[in-house]
Write a protein of this length. Structure first.
Length: 438
């Protein structure tokens, strides 16, 4: 273990890595059940998607662990699965088989970028104050996910008139989440080791009388996996309305969201845990992104939407995980979940939501590193932080931050202070927003 993962060098132990892996898995295990709820709307078998989700997640986690030796887990991305269903399939008119082919092509594009000379410059080009903003923005974003998953924050209205409001917090899942949040908070205040995983377990047990923790044993039918495995279709990709432009928009959208969600997650979570080097870079971060690209390609063949690096990895990092061993633990748990899917469903979302909210507390510390008295930093940083949770997208926050940073520097006569790659990325984001708006 020491030779492969360099535990002592990174200030970790096997027990910390195992604990971190367990916490991360429980925090992100909701994707096993949420991903099929989206993709099955396109006509895909939900059980088959569930298996594809576990397999693709396991591959991504294990690749990250061995290739990059960093404690980041992967799974089909939230938001990306919604884009697959509602925009690519329902909006653009592609079948789910064609949608998987588009995911495959976006993964290939991501892979090409990661094996090019640009890969080492991508994360290094982000200014330090924006890295801190990304960290804080991800903190708010992940806390928002926890609040929504728990039903503490709910939406009302229709279409453009959808607003958020306080849920029914005196009963059901919201109440259980608040109880779990209090338990976890007290454990952290009392400096109890493994506070987050203990909080998840305690909340799961308390959920039994609430009727939210249940176990319904059933047999797994692995044959259904054949219904979606290798079914991606490249036929007729330009035959939909808009032709090649529609196809380009879909591919670029998947690519940008995956690439910059991953980059933002790696930088933000690593910065919060002091894992960046003197240059503000995450050692082996480029290899983690390469693993992400490979997992996306393999995931599309398995039958799921884009695989991306999960912000919930920060829960395991908060428990002390610092190496790829924790990622491999998460991967192994996803493999086991294929055989024990009913058991994996015992932990309710209300039990993992408190962990996500607590991680938001940890990561918001990044905002303290920003010079809020300097408007050249404050405005791009604020937009980065605010846009992430408000648009439910890490990449949108990065896009707004980069574009604003570039424009302000140009108008201030300081264009040479901005790395060329930031300009390129800003232009790509602008083009993407224009294409999406067509």
């Amino acid at each position: 273990m020491e030779k492969i993962f360099k535990l002592k060098e990174k200030g970790s132990t096997v027990s910390k890595e195992i604990l971190g892996g367990l916490v991360t898995f429980f925090a992100m295990s909701y994707i096993i059940f949420v991903n099929p709820s989206f993709l099955s709307q396109t006509g895909m078998n939900p059980l088959a998607v569930m298996l594809a989700t576990c397999i693709a997640s396991a591959i991504g986690c294990i690749l990250t662990g061995f290739m990059a030796n960093v404690p980041f887990a992967q799974a089909p991305g939230m938001g990306l699965n919604a884009f697959f269903t509602y925009s690519v399939c329902f909006g653009m008119g592609y079948s789910w088989q064609q949608g998987l082919a588009i995911v495959f092509l976006s993964g290939i594009l991501f892979f090409v970028l990661m094996v090019s000379p640009l890969r080492s410059k991508l994360i290094a080009s982000i200014p330090s104050f924006l890295k801190s903003a990304v960290s804080a923005g991800i903190g708010l974003f992940i806390a928002f996910i926890g609040l929504i998953n728990a039903g503490i924050v709910v939406g009302y209205g229709e279409g453009v008139g959808v607003y958020t409001d306080l849920g029914a917090i005196t009963r059901g899942a919201p109440l259980l989440t608040l109880i779990g949040l209090i338990i976890t908070s007290l454990l952290l205040v009392w400096r109890v080791k493994g506070a987050i995983i203990i909080g998840i377990i305690a909340t799961t047990v308390i959920g039994i009388p609430f009727g939210l923790t249940s176990y319904s044993p059933s047999a797994m039918d692995f044959s259904v996996f054949g219904e979606i495995f290798g079914k991606l279709s490249f036929v007729g990709l330009t035959a939909v309305e808009g032709g090649a432009l529609t196809l380009f928009t879909a591919i670029i959208s998947f690519f940008i969201v995956d690439c910059f969600d991953t980059a933002g997650t790696l930088v933000g979570c690593a910065a919060n845990a002091d894992m960046l080097n003197d240059k503000g870079e995450l050692p082996q971060g480029d290899k983690a992104m390469l693993a992400d690209a490979i997992a996306t390609v393999i995931g599309s063949v398995c039958g799921t939407s884009t695989v991306t690096t999960y912000v919930e990895s920060s829960t395991g990092i908060a428990e002390g995980a610092r190496t790829g061993l924790s990622s491999i633990i998460v991967g192994i748990l996803f493999i086991l979940a294929c055989f024990l899917l009913p058991i994996a469903g015992i932990v309710p979302g209300a039990a993992t939501a408190p962990a996500l909210i607590i991680v938001g507390v940890y990561m918001l510390a990044g905002a303290a590193k920003i010079n809020w008295t300097d408007m050249e930093e404050a405005i791009p940083a604020f937009l980065t932080i605010a846009v992430m949770p408000f648009t439910y997208s890490i990449s949108n926050g990065i896009g707004f931050g980069f574009i604003t940073h570039a424009i302000i520097k140009i108008c201030r006569g300081k264009a040479n202070e901005v790395p060329v790659l930031i300009y390129i990325i800003s232009v790509v984001f602008i083009i993407m927003y224009i294409l999406i708006g067509l």
